[in-house]
Design a protein around this ligand. Structure first.
Ligand code: HAM
Length: 421
């Protein structure tokens, strides 16, 4: 019996994978344009990196981690997100000293045991950027501008930017207390998760998706009304910069984001075209996280975009091409067939994409293969051509044919495809 793939995972097949490659190449170009350097961190990490980093009271840590005890008895997890790994690498390798500006990006798979649906998977892929050590609001605006530029470089339209400020360690307690006070006796009407959240981390109540809870949650106080003077100033400065960049946004009071480390600025870009899982990217500032994870007291900010969701949101008409041959080599007869592999080698050594049919089938089926591969040119090598030191050339688009000297074969293809490469 066939063994199917694991629920919530997907094969990215030829035909779709070109769109992924386009997203990744565009992201690299835009990130590097903004001064970010690539980093690659492991897929497995110690579980405590996320229980401490992402936060004990988050859904990710409580319900969604692929955590296990390895053969050496260590608690390990597949990473559910990149930020704590990036912080770990920043601290472990003292990147603050090693880099002129610690601006990092990473591309790779993440794992969360969520209920799969369109745009939501158990293995999904993120483009992640993080910048460390800069507290000024200008960097918040730059990170949001980077996210905006990425979306626009991908040709994605119909998106909205939502921002919020969740305050800092100084003003958060007053906001948490206000939430609990506003809930009052209504706490008993909320779902079991929210009743627990009200005790452990009232801010997490905003993550609730239970329909019956939403009316109560919508009426809760707004974090921006509880900001301390410095957080208020910071938020105003971020907004002023966004206006300067002419990036439209709305302030969304429920945008506290489902991870515990955020301070001050949080943001998301939402698409109206990809269904219920509409957040194509999200991020924010995390000024206490580096210290929390055992590093120096350094601030940080970043975002992550879901590649699956970006690919869903790409314009339908986007032309991304699969690789196709420059030339297909067809051969008839044993001697010609043997010689055709030498021709194939010469074409490939010259950097051309050259393909062949391996099993000595009929010329008709070789031509059919060339057609399916969308080769614009076919070289035909038979016993006659071999004897004359020539090659027959067929132009597939026009069905025109000619003969050329074998010695000129490589130059001929280079000339023909030259303009198109
Ligand atoms: P996040 O909001 O959990 O943030 O994830 C960021 C993005 O990853 C989402 O907006 C979405 O596009 C994608 N994503 C998340 N879960 C799934 C899933 N199950 N299936 C498909 N796509 C998904 C973070 O992960 C933070 N580390 C972002 C960050 C970086 N904050 C600061 N720096």
């Amino acid at each position: 019996m066939m063994i199917p793939s694991v629920r919530g995972t997907r094969d990215i097949l030829p035909g779709e994978v070109e769109r992924w490659a386009f997203v990744e190449a565009t992201a690299r170009r835009v990130f590097e344009q903004y001064g970010y350097f690539e980093i690659r961190t492991p897929i497995i990490e110690r579980e405590e990196l996320f229980s401490k980093g992402t936060g004990e009271t988050t859904d990710i840590v409580q319900k969604e981690m692929y955590a296990f005890t390895d053969k050496g008895g260590e608690r390990i997890t597949l990473r559910p997100e990149a930020t704590p790994s990036m912080v770990r690498a920043f601290v472990e390798h003292a990147l603050e000293q090693a880099m002129a500006v610690p601006k990092l990006y990473a591309i790779g798979p993440m794992f969360r045991y969520e209920r799969p649906q369109k745009g939501r998977y158990r293995q999904f892929h993120q483009l992640d950027v993080e910048v460390f050590g800069i507290a000024d609001a200008s960097v918040d605006a730059e990170v949001i501008d980077l996210a905006w530029s990425l979306v626009s470089a991908l040709g994605i339209s119909g998106v909205d930017l939502a921002i919020n400020s969740v305050g800092c360690a100084a003003c958060r307690p007053a906001f948490s207390a206000a939430l609990v006070a506003a809930l009052g006796d209504d706490v008993g009407k909320l779902c079991a998760d929210c009743q627990r959240r009200a005790v452990t981390n009232p801010l997490r109540i905003f993550d609730c998706k239970v329909p019956g809870d939403q009316a109560v949650i919508d009426a809760l106080p707004h974090s921006v009304d509880y900001l301390c003077g410095e957080c208020r100033q910071h938020f105003d400065a971020v907004r002023a910069s966004l206006d300067l960049y002419r990036i439209p946004y709305t302030v969304s009071h429920r945008l506290v984001r489902g991870l515990d480390y955020y301070t001050r600025t949080t943001f998301e870009i939402l698409s109206g075209q990809i269904g219920a899982q509409n957040a194509i990217l999200g991020g924010g500032r995390y000024d206490g996280l580096v210290k929390q994870l055992g590093g120096p007291d350094r601030v940080g900010i970043g975002f992550a975009a879901g590649i699956e969701r970006l690919v869903l949101a790409l314009p339908e008409e986007l032309a991304v091409s699969a690789p196709r041959p420059d030339v297909f080599v067809a051969a008839l007869g044993e001697a010609a067939r043997f010689s055709s592999f030498e021709l194939l080698r010469d074409l490939r050594r010259a950097g051309l994409n050259a393909q062949i049919e391996y099993e000595g089938r009929s010329l008709k089926s070789q031509m059919k293969r060339a057609d399916r591969l969308k080769a614009p040119l076919v070289f035909v090598l038979g016993e006659d051509e071999l004897a004359r030191g020539e090659i027959g050339v067929k132009h597939m688009a026009t069905s025109t044919q000619e003969s050329i000297p074998r010695a000129e074969a490589v130059a001929y293809v280079l000339r023909t495809v030259g303009g198109k490469r």
